[in-house]
Design a protein around this ligand. Structure first.
Ligand SMILES: [Mn+2]
Length: 372
């Protein structure tokens, strides 16, 4: 038998501190081979080094002592499985903590001090309207605004266009009351759009023409995140710090020519086929909406509209109307007035929404409502 090592020698060989060794003794993790009856000094067998090193490594892994004891008592293959199981658990917990960390980083980076933490939730003030305009005899546009959902849809002309745009928005409305964590927003929205497309498919099947087509542009809220879904030539704009940004890309033939550098924006605006869509909800499945996440910031203003507004009121005029100090309802009226002043050749669907801190107002809710 090899001579026993003092606790100091053993600690050095195992790269553990004597203090740690005493703790492991007390916890039953690693008992000394012998204890001097008079002095109480601990002595270790060199054969115990392997276990001591294993304990040291598992500590470095962050494994709790109780679990280390379990690993040490298992035969090697079972110990390996136990360590693998522990690591999977660590990764899962780390992923969950990562999501929380991301949220906090986003939150504090976007809006300052921890004092505001109690005020995390943002709300919106909104107004929505849909108008026939001066030329059309029917209105195929739908506009909707609620506490968590904003949407516009432009049904393709003809009988059933109004039903198609209404059905698309209706398919999103359950999201208004569904609790959706920010990380699930896009998935939930993508599913709702597939549902909308199925609804359009049913309309098409029961219509005399056998077809139903609509665009759809919508924003869904969760905490400080906004998910945007978009298909067709309805648009979403963001007004931030007095500047207007179009945050959707038209799915039109002319826009694709502009993207390819074959047409200028000015030429596109007067192109005879400017309203020809290359993507829309057609009820035929395989729907390909654009989906994106945006950070909501108090003070931001959003505009969703159909081409009945954006095709006739220039961006500068939109910006002018949108950067005023009035609330969403007055801004909406101003925008519709400008569309009429431009001849209102098409239906006009319009939603204006302001992002506000919920503490900022006792009644952050409705300023307008549903429009058709
Ligand atoms: Mn239109």
């Amino acid at each position: 038998m090899r001579p026993l090592l003092t606790i100091g020698m053993f600690a050095q060989a195992a790269r553990l501190s004597p203090k740690a060794l005493r703790l492991y003794d007390e916890l039953g993790l690693l008992r000394p081979a012998a204890v001097d009856g008079e002095s109480g000094y601990r002595f270790y067998d060199p054969a115990q080094l392997e276990r001591a090193r294993l304990i040291a490594w598992l500590r470095r892994l962050g494994m709790p002592l109780a679990r280390i004891r379990r690993v040490c008592e298992l035969p090697a293959p079972a110990a390996a499985a136990e360590i693998a199981g522990y690591w999977e658990q660590v990764l899962a917990e780390t992923a969950a903590r990562g999501q929380l960390a991301t949220f906090l980083v986003d939150y504090l980076a976007g809006r300052g001090s921890p004092v505001e933490m109690s005020a995390t939730m943002l709300g919106i003030r909104y107004a929505a309207r849909s108008e026939t305009g001066l030329v059309r005899t029917s209105n195929e546009d739908t506009a909707y605004a609620g506490p968590r959902l904003l949407a516009v849809a432009d049904g393709v002309r003809g009988p059933g266009g109004d039903l198609a745009s209404a059905a698309a928005v209706e398919a999103l409305r359950p999201l208004e009351t569904l609790a959706v964590p920010a990380e699930d927003l896009l998935g939930v929205l993508a599913e709702a759009v597939e549902e909308a497309d199925r609804a359009i498919g049913q309309l098409a099947a029961s219509s005399p023409e056998g077809s139903a087509v609509t665009t759809l542009t919508a924003l869904l809220w969760s905490g400080s995140r906004l998910a945007l879904v978009h298909i067709g030539d309805t648009r979403a704009y963001l007004v931030r710090d007095g500047e207007l940004f179009q945050i959707t890309h038209d799915h039109t033939f002319v826009q694709s020519l502009v993207d390819e550098g074959r047409l200028t924006l000015e030429e596109a605006a007067s192109h005879p086929q400017r309203s020809l869509l290359i993507r829309a909800l057609t009820g035929t499945g395989g729907v390909q909406p654009d989906l994106s996440l945006h950070e909501a910031v108090a003070g931001d203003r959003y505009l969703l509209c159909s081409d009945g507004l954006s095709a006739v009121v220039p961006a500068e005029s939109l910006c002018e109307a949108l950067t005023g100090s009035e609330g969403p309802q007055q801004v909406l009226e101003e925008l519709v007035t400008r569309a009429y002043a431009a001849g209102a050749p098409d239906n006009i669907a319009c939603v204006v929404a302001d992002v506000i801190g919920l503490e900022a107002s006792a009644d952050p809710g409705r300023d307008g409502g549903r429009g058709r």
